[in-house]
Design a protein around this ligand. Structure first.
Ligand SMILES: Cc1cc2nc3c(=O)[nH]c(=O)nc-3n(C[C@H](O)[C@H](O)[C@H](O)COP(=O)(O)OP(=O)(O)OC[C@H]3O[C@@H](n4cnc5c(N)ncnc54)[C@H](O)[C@@H]3O)c2cc1C
Length: 291
């Protein structure tokens, strides 16, 4: 399939890219890894008049410590995140999640910024970004603003990004003491996208769950924090059925999607199963054991 004709721009700097998106507004689309945009253009579900390829913009691909957080440039690929020794030691949830995305080719081209900006309801990162309480930096010609992860996802394929903004950076915290994280995913067998994906972060203290965060993707039109699960666990003494009972609230307040891959009932059931698995692995890691 051949995309509709478009004018191609390949800016070398973020400033140049920002001026182009400001000038062309709704008629322009940014191109990063191209693994979501190009299929849409080839199917003519997207027909932008201007394609602004940010793939050659300098200084947008990095993973580094900044002011006690880990800052990741928007053009950092899934493969770079999966293999980052800094993230593996200080924020292992993100590499664990990145390693679950698509196949090798997708991980070598697809970018963190592209995945978050696209906001596919079955994408993996949103669950982890929510569980980590990450911050997303949006740049425009007027400067930058920081958006908390929980406010970033608005609806299916819709985020808080405004026209003229480019997602430039994501900031995640380093793992706190006595904390474990895990990502558990039910793959759609053909594409690898998540039918359900659950990211969990648990902090334990003297036999109690001191803090917990659960992000769920794939179930509804946008990824969300499973507040009912968190409420059922926070401050509770560890006990045999605690995690399984809490995991049953995974779909509370969400209308699950139903499509050719999975019915709403199946997704709801799998949300509980994979929440239980993610919590279990995160807890074992928080206790300093291998999972
Ligand atoms: C076969 C296949 C399997 C896949 N499997 C999975 C999977 O299992 N899990 C998963 O999560 N994803 C999966 N994906 C999607 C993949 O991860 C994409 O790479 C990702 O969703 C988009 O990233 P990209 O860099 O390719 O963005 P692009 O396709 O270049 O762009 C996507 C959208 O985001 C916008 N955009 C890009 N960068 C920015 C930015 N910095 N600021 C603002 N807007 C921006 C673009 O304009 C476009 O609208 C799969 C894709 C394919 C083709």
């Amino acid at each position: 399939m051949i995309p509709a004709p478009f004018e191609y721009h390949a800016p070398k700097t973020l400033e140049e890219a920002l001026r182009l998106v400001e000038r062309h507004g709704d008629e322009a689309k940014l191109l990063a890894g191209g693994h979501s945009l190009l299929p849409l253009m080839k199917l003519r579900l997207a027909a932008p008049r201007y394609v602004i390829d940010i793939g050659r913009v300098r200084g947008m691909s990095y993973i580094r410590e900044e002011n006690g957080r880990i800052a990741i440039g928007a053009l950092t690929t899934h493969a770079e995140i999966a293999g980052s020794s800094l993230l593996l030691s200080k924020c292992p949830l993100l590499p664990e999640t990145a390693a679950e995305i698509g196949d090798l080719q997708v991980r070598n081209r697809g970018t963190l910024g592209g995945s978050l900006a696209h906001a596919d309801p079955a994408a993996d990162y949103p669950a982890a970004i929510l569980a980590l309480d990450a911050e997303i930096v949006a740049a425009s010609t007027g400067g930058t603003r920081t958006i908390p992860a929980e406010e970033f996802f608005v609806d299916m394929l819709t985020t808080q990004l405004r026209p003229g903004e480019i997602l430039s950076q994501v900031r995640v915290p380093a793992l706190a003491p006595r904390t474990g994280t895990a990502y558990a995913k039910l793959h759609q067998p053909a594409s690898g996208f998540a039918i359900v994906g659950v990211a969990a972060r648990i902090t334990v203290n003297q036999g109690e769950i001191e803090d917990v965060a659960v992000g769920i993707t794939g179930l509804g039109p946008k990824a969300y924090r499973a507040r009912a699960v968190e409420k059922a666990l926070r401050g509770k003494k560890l006990a045999t059925k605690l995690l399984a009972d809490a995991a049953r609230c995974a779909a509370q307040g969400v209308e699950p999607l139903s499509d050719l891959h999975a019915s709403a009932d199946y997704r709801r059931e799998m949300a509980a199963v994979f929440t239980r698995r993610a919590l279990g692995r995160a807890l074992v890691r928080a206790q300093g054991k291998k999972a």
